[in-house]
Design a protein around this ligand. Structure first.
Ligand SMILES: O=c1[nH]cnc2c1ncn2[C@@H]1O[C@H](CO)[C@@H](O)[C@H]1O
Ligand SMILES: [Zn+2]
Length: 367
């Protein structure tokens, strides 16, 4: 007989058991170090800075810990290099699904930029097909172990390049085959979202969803463009929205027009605490605006961004936030429901996951 023992402790083991939803995770930022080593040997890539898996894992974390988004992004050359054929894409996608499932993630939107995977002759369509097949294989392998996860794929266009319209068309073409939306990523300063307006207009014209990396390395103008010109459904990071919130000496907040609009319209913020510390967007988790934004009832969500570069997981991000800000199970459940409400799944499927997976899962932990 199972005794009711009150709430489970908010430690890594219990948080790993909680059902979690993840909206912002890069496929090419989440490889297992050992897989990078294996795939490099298989495909003949000899540019790795380390060939021992543990040393390579540490190298990624330290190199990404640069205080600069541009230098952080340089580390992706090594992961993208080993994801240029069917074997690499399928394996990385399969392991991604399995690793997330083992971490207790029940729904994840995983993104990557197909245009970066054409170096060995694959077409854009083939890149997406192999990746989606990998996700499906990972979901099945996890299910056999009793872990249920669902992965939706987001296709990213690189903001310094000029293929965004083509990638938006690719996303719409695959909308019934596992792609749930579109995104732009890469260095932010100098590459405003409005440069890709035709891609966003194409998505809107097709009643399709998209998110935009904005307000990470660069401030409010980028968020303003993403929201007001491009009509984004969500903000990738969006953490600099804090620059439009003034907190006086007594702690009373005043929201500027943009911050008020983002909150009023319930535009979801895909916040990625550890990643922000590494790129220098915030000084530490304890100083992260997550808590102020959560208290002001912005639609905040917890995300990993790049599990390899940050040596993190959904469990660890939630644990770090709960340690820093004293969150309990009801807070973690709220952030999870926020994520599912903000997902690009059909509405009835979001509700189904909230009511039949998330709420019962947290009820067990609350005791
Ligand atoms: O935090 C980020 N901000 C901006 N771009 C990023 C971030 N993390 C990864 N990427 C970029 O997105 C590409 C596709 O997944 C990656 O190759 C990397 O260049
Ligand atoms: Zn990102």
């Amino acid at each position: 007989m199972e005794a009711t023992t009150g709430p489970a402790p908010l430690d890594l083991t219990s948080i790993a058991r909680a059902p979690k939803a993840l909206l912002h995770d890069h496929l090419d930022g989440g490889l297992r170090p050992a897989t990078v080593v294996d795939l490099a040997a298989q495909c003949g890539y000899d540019g790795l800075p380390e060939t021992d898996a543990d040393a390579l894992g540490r190298w990624f974390r330290d190199a990404a810990d640069s205080g600069s988004l541009v230098r952080y992004l340089e580390t992706f050359a090594h992961t993208v290099a080993v994801m240029q054929d069917e074997n690499g894409l399928h394996r990385v996608a399969q392991e991604c699904a399995e690793d997330l499932a083992d971490d207790g993630v029940v729904y994840a939107e995983v993104r990557f930029a197909p245009e970066q995977h054409l170096e060995r002759g694959l077409s854009l369509d083939e890149v997406v097909e192999h990746t989606i097949e990998g996700f499906r294989a990972g979901e099945s392998a996890a299910r056999v172990r009793g872990k249920n996860i669902r992965i939706g794929c987001l296709l990213t266009a690189m903001r310094h390049a000029a293929r965004s319209r083509e990638i938006a068309e690719l996303a719409v073409r695959f909308r019934d085959r596992g792609v749930v939306g579109f995104d732009i990523a890469g260095a932010e300063a100098g590459f405003p979202p409005s440069r890709h307006l035709d891609a966003f207009e194409y998505m809107r014209a097709n009643n399709a969803h998209f998110t935009i990396h904005a307000g990470e390395a660069f401030g409010l103008p980028s968020i303003q463009e993403a929201v007001a010109f491009c009509g984004t459904d969500r903000l990738g990071h969006g953490v600099r929205i804090i620059d439009d919130i003034d907190v006086d000496a007594e702690g009373h907040p005043t929201l500027g027009l943009l911050a008020a609009y983002v909150r009023d319209k319930r535009i979801p913020l895909e916040l990625c605490p550890s990643s922000n510390v590494q790129t220098g967007a915030v000084a530490s988790i304890a100083e992260h605006p997550f808590d102020l934004l959560a208290r002001l009832r912005f639609r905040v969500t917890v995300n990993t961004d790049n599990r390899l570069m940050s040596d993190t997981s959904m469990t660890r991000e939630m644990h770090a936030l709960s340690q820093a800000f004293g969150y309990g199970w009801s807070d973690l459940q709220r952030f999870t429901i926020n994520a599912l409400k903000s997902s690009f799944l059909p509405f009835d499927e979001r509700l189904e996951m909230i009511d039949h997976v998330v709420k019962p899962g947290y009820a067990v932990l609350v005791g």
